[in-house]
Design a protein around this ligand. Structure first.
Ligand code: GTP
Length: 378
């Protein structure tokens, strides 16, 4: 029974209907699928534009329909590859470079067939580059940029050669020069985005570490490393609620080290601290995995034992008593033997946490008055 686990930043989200069908439960795959879906929606919008160019007579119907088919097929293919998890066999499961190369080639193809409205394809290309800027390293953005330049240079040459009236060489040169100037700007922006992303990741990691430390400090005792009273309080209340709901048994032992003041007085406070640590470390190890041992305060400890009856709980506390009795605690040149007394109680119907601990305290008091080194159950 451990205390509250730190929260995970990527939790599965439960959706229903078409959203559940479209988007996977796995958080990382869901994010990749969403990004691909956004790129796909953009492709569909660009198909709309090409259809308009065809309808207005600026582009050949055959080229428009072919381009629409290629774009739609490519978008659907990438979506399915990512949605199904197939792409996870690759180093980049988002298939960023493949998606960009595909989109750039489709844009260049459309460029050759859209006559006077072909300039819009250059804008489309810049949007494709922007998608890549968020995911790729600067070096890769530059490589993809060079590929785009080469493919568009080819498309421009073919256009100028095939339709010199619609695509004069001078205009094509102008388009090319603008494109060539835009690419370094894309690389600079990609670098800045990368730095920003790295800083955000660092901050996120530091924040998570700080939260883990705060969580540890809020729930654990710094001297012994055991859960502290605040956490024990929460666990106890939770177990009482669970017991009220399911009827499960719950026992609690209040444990106190005998004559602890003497150890402090005779050997010093540091030695007393070492005894507390040794108890937590060596005796605490013998506690069952389903039980919880925590520091209640000073030299007092609480052992929470869910799902056991009183005789078994008594036996559990008795085992700890025997362990401690046999333990030789070494501090510097001093070897110390210490014993414990414990009061063990079982939760009764309708009993509160406070009342349960009070009864354990009374049992502990009785154990002390019977001469210490005693476990008393009632
Ligand atoms: N070294 C050390 N001592 C502590 C710590 N917390 C409490 N103590 C000491 O524990 C001692 C408890 O003393 P008492 O309550 O008189 O109990 P006791 O001497 O164990 O006697 P009995 O319980 O009657 O057997 C006190 O001297 C506290 O100062 C701690 O974190 N470290």
């Amino acid at each position: 029974m451990d205390s509250l686990p730190p929260s995970s930043p990527l939790k599965p989200t439960h959706r229903s209907g078409w959203a559940a069908w479209l988007l996977p439960q796995d958080a990382k795959r869901r994010l990749r699928t969403e990004q691909t879906a956004v790129a796909g929606l953009f492709s569909i919008a660009s198909i709309g534009f090409l259809q308009y160019a065809g309808w207005a007579g600026y582009a050949s119907q055959l080229a428009v329909q072919l381009w629409s088919l290629v774009t739609l097929g490519g978008s659907a293919g990438f979506f399915l590859a990512i949605r199904s998890g197939w792409s996870e066999r690759f180093k980049d499961p988002s298939l960023t470079i493949a998606q960009m190369v595909y989109a750039i080639s489709a844009c260049a193809m459309a460029y050759m067939h859209t006559g006077p409205v072909r300039g819009a394809l250059v804008t489309l290309l810049m949007v494709v580059m922007m998608f890549g800027m968020f995911a790729l390293s600067t070096r890769r953005v530059l490589a993809v940029g060079l590929f785009a330049l080469a493919v568009f240079a080819l498309a421009m040459t073919v256009s100028a050669y095939r339709q010199p009236q619609v695509a004069p060489a001078a205009v094509e040169w102008g388009h090319f020069i603008m494109l060539a100037l835009a690419m370094p700007a894309v690389a600079v922006l990609a670098e800045r985005l990368k730095r920003l992303r790295r800083r955000l990741q660092d901050q996120k990691r530091e924040l998570r570490q700080a939260l883990d430390e705060i969580h540890q400090m809020a729930t654990h005792d710094s001297l012994t490393g055991l859960v502290n009273r605040r956490c024990l309080d929460e666990l106890l209340k939770k177990e009482i609620r669970r017991s009220a709901r399911s009827g499960a048994r719950l026992c609690l032992a209040l444990i106190d080290l005998d004559h602890f003041k003497r150890i402090n007085d005779q050997h010093g406070h540091a030695c007393g601290d070492e005894v507390l640590r040794a108890f937590a470390r060596d005796v605490g190890q013998k506690v069952r995995i389903t039980d919880a041992l925590g520091r209640w305060g000073g030299e007092e400890f609480v052992l929470l034992m869910p799902d056991v009856d009183l005789p078994r709980a008594r036996a559990g506390a008795e085992r700890l008593r025997r362990e401690l009795e046999q333990l030789a605690i070494v501090h510097g040149t001093t070897t110390i033997h210490v014993t414990l007394s414990a009061g063990v109680v079982e939760l009764q119907d309708g009993e509160t946490a406070e009342a349960l601990v009070n009864r354990a305290d009374q049992a502990l008091y009785e154990a002390k008055s019977r001469g210490r080194n005693t476990v008393l159950a009632r």
